[in-house]
Design a protein around this ligand. Structure first.
Ligand code: C2E
Ligand code: CA
Ligand code: CA
Length: 655
């Protein structure tokens, strides 16, 4: 419909702007053609026609043109509002028609004064100028058409009727060329308009692609649950801060916060409640965090902070307290009250590390420290932590390079039935003598093996060795074997251990696996599946170090336990400490109610044995009855006990 419109569409601002810009480039050329051609005609007619016609009229017309020309200067460099652009273009059409008529009338009015040569010049002037200007108006179809409409018919009628065959031929020639020019013009303009329209579409597409990628970027950097920045964003921010501080100096602190008590809530009440607790925790941390704190959720129940500027120990502890106090208030969720708190670990730039990975690792180490020794509070990474870290790195390297089969062995500590004074089982305890580092305690290397992903291989090697040893014992002597947190959270570990038992041809009922509360809490579903596989085989499960973890009784109740081991930390003070005694009595009662056997660990003196027996404790493990011993010593011990047993039976029979 707009194909032959003689005005500029307001609904297509891009086209109007593009036309204006393209035309603005041609204007000097347009006026140059007009000026040069007109001056030439004025000159050839100067002495023949009156001066007002050869000089006055052209000057007047050029005054109009000059005014117009000055108005255009710089237009192509300026961004003009669309409505003004459209107005300008419309006035250009009108002016093109008016000037076309004016210059045509002027040149034709010179005709009577000239001879044949000058007549030819006039025809030449009008046709050449028109063609030149139409090409300058190529992007303004309406103006070009208006100009052609104003000039060509007048030209044809005028020169076609002069009675000169040459002029008539020129008129016909001009009519044909104008037709061809019109076709070129229309085709060119259609291509130009469609080019602008596809450029516009491309811009729209690029814009929507940009918006989409902005949105993707936002989502990729946001934690979907809490709406906080996510781990990726946190690490990016950390990188930025490190780069900035390294370039221009400055200090900041990285912190990692871990919720205490989240796992039991999640396991007991389900993931929907767990999610709500995390959302609430995120909101509270956000509310408690000041302007200088960048907060993110790193995953699970772990949050990260970056604190701008330097901070003293007191300031950091105050920030840590503020954050964990916010978390500690009970969370009310339609009838359920969840209680969590937060432990924080902090590390400083540049004191504790100049690279983001090192800083994060140190904050994480401080958190690990807080979780173990400072639960619910904050720990700031210190020089002593640094020493421990590098010691651990050394051990880790040695462990990675170790020949586990050759360097690892087990010691066996007896568990004694105080009624019969007999060893009913041995607990297998891992030992590592590294050729490079000497003897390293299991508490150290097991944790490192867990971190470096070697634990399941190590567990399998140790378990095979323990079973080979137990094979040498009488059938009524059991074997207790420790499983680590990672063992239990590893899919199919139950089946792998079952396969080892099968190969060792040992009665599974003799084997008891020691686990801790935290090990089950890490990934409850996988842990449960692993335990089920072992129980199905006939093995039993013991809860180790009871009383040191979070001791969630509701939780302990759900575990398929046969044995509870009271941690040795309760034993130290039982002679003097009534609270310890009461606690032990309670645990023994609890075990009885759960139908579990109860073993007390870490018993070192006869006095402790006597007190424990009065509290109802029958099974004891500790240095008093025997330190961890080699396989041969364990075998000798059993043999010795059997001889004593035979002797006393013989003595009883003789009485
Ligand atoms: P645990 O399972 O609680 O093992 C008991 C620890 O207490 C042993 O330390 C043992 O030597 C020590 N102990 C026993 N009786 C007494 C006593 O009367 N007084 C004192 N002070 N200590 C006593 P050990 O062998 O250094 O083992 C430390 C921990 O390393 C173990 O604690 C266990 O958690 C872990 N562990 C040991 N062997 C293995 C293993 O093969 N696999 C896994 N996953 N963990 C192991
Ligand atoms: Ca144990
Ligand atoms: Ca223990």
């Amino acid at each position: 419909m707009s194909r032959f419109r003689f005005s500029f569409p307001r609904h297509d601002p891009e086209l109007a702007q593009a036309q204006l810009a393209a035309f603005a480039h041609q204007i000097p050329l347009l006026y140059f053609i007009l000026l040069v051609n007109t001056v030439a005609v004025s000159v050839t007619h100067y002495h023949m026609a009156p001066a007002w016609l050869t000089v006055g009229v052209p000057c007047a017309l050029f005054a109009v043109c000059l005014k117009r020309f000055l108005g255009w200067i710089g237009t192509h460099r300026r961004q003009i509002p669309t409505n003004i652009a459209v107005r300008r273009l419309n006035s250009t059409i009108a002016l093109a028609v008016l000037l076309g008529i004016a210059f045509s009338v002027w040149s034709l009015s010179l005709y009577p004064y000239g001879d044949m040569e000058r007549h030819m010049h006039l025809a030449y002037y009008m046709s050449l100028t028109l063609i030149g200007i139409v090409f300058c108006l190529m992007h303004l179809r309406a103006a070009a058409l208006g100009l052609i409409a104003a000039v060509v018919p007048a030209f044809l009628v005028f020169f076609g009727t002069r009675g000169s065959i040459v002029l008539t031929a020129i008129a016909i020639n001009f009519a044909l060329v104008s037709g061809a020019m019109l076709t070129v013009l229309l085709t060119y303009y259609r291509d130009f308009a469609s080019l602008i329209s596809s450029r516009k579409q491309l811009l729209v597409q690029t814009e929507s692609a940009r918006r989409l990628s902005d949105e993707n970027f936002r989502l990729a950097n946001l934690d979907a649950l809490t709406g906080l920045p996510n781990r990726r964003r946190f690490l990016y921010e950390l990188e930025q801060r490190v780069a900035q501080a390294q370039a221009v100096g400055g200090a900041f602190v990285v912190g990692v916060i871990d919720l205490d008590g989240f796992k039991p809530v999640n396991d007991a009440f389900g993931h929907a409640v767990g999610d709500k607790v995390l959302i609430e925790a995120g909101l509270r941390l956000q509310a408690a965090a000041s302007e200088r704190i960048f907060l993110a959720r790193l995953g699970g129940d772990e949050f990260g902070v970056i604190i701008s500027g330097a901070a003293s120990d007191d300031e950091l502890h105050a920030i840590g307290d503020q954050l964990s106090t916010a978390l500690r208030k009970p969370i009310n969720l339609s009838g359920i009250v969840a209680r969590v708190s937060g432990s924080c670990g902090f590390a400083r730039f540049p004191e504790n590390g100049r690279a983001s990975a090192a800083l994060f690792e140190r904050a994480d180490y401080a958190l690990y420290f807080a979780k173990h020794y400072n639960r619910g509070q904050s720990t700031i990474f210190s020089g002593s932590h640094e020493a421990k870290l590098s010691e651990q790195a050394r051990i880790e390297q040695a462990l990675q390079a170790a020949n586990l089969e050759a360097e690892m062995h087990l010691m066996y500590q007896p568990v004694v039935d105080t009624d019969t004074q007999k060893t009913i089982a041995f607990e297998a305890l891992a030992r590592w003598v590294s050729p490079a580092l000497g003897s390293i305690g299991p508490a150290t290397f097991i944790a490192i093996a867990e971190r470096s992903g070697m634990i399941s291989r190590l567990t399998e090697i140790l378990f095979r060795k323990a079973l080979a040893e137990a094979h040498r014992w009488p059938d009524d002597v059991g074997l207790s074997f420790n499983l680590s947190v990672h063992d239990l959270s590893l899919k199919n570990m139950g089946q792998r251990l079952a396969a080892i038992i099968d190969t060792a041809k040992i009665n599974p009922a003799r084997i008891s696996f020691e686990i801790t509360e935290t090990s089950v809490m890490k990934d409850a579903a996988v842990a449960q599946a692993n335990l089920d596989a072992l129980i199905a085989l006939g093995c039993s499960i013991a809860l180790d170090d009871f009383g040191t973890g979070q001791s969630n009784l509701a939780y302990v109740h759900q575990l398929p336990l046969s044995k509870i081991k009271i941690d040795r930390s309760f034993i130290g003070g039982i002679e003097a400490n009534k609270v310890s005694r009461d606690l032990i009595r309670t645990i023994i009662d609890l075990s009885r109610n759960l139908g579990c056997m109860c073993v007390t660990e870490g018993v070192e003196t006869a006095a402790q044995v006597i007190i424990l027996r009065t509290l109802g404790c029958r099974y004891i493990q500790g240095y008093f009855y025997g330190k961890p011993m080699t396989g041969n010593e364990a075998l000798a011990r059993i043999a010795g006990e059997r001889v004593v047993g035979i002797k006393s039976a013989t003595a009883r029979a003789a009485v």
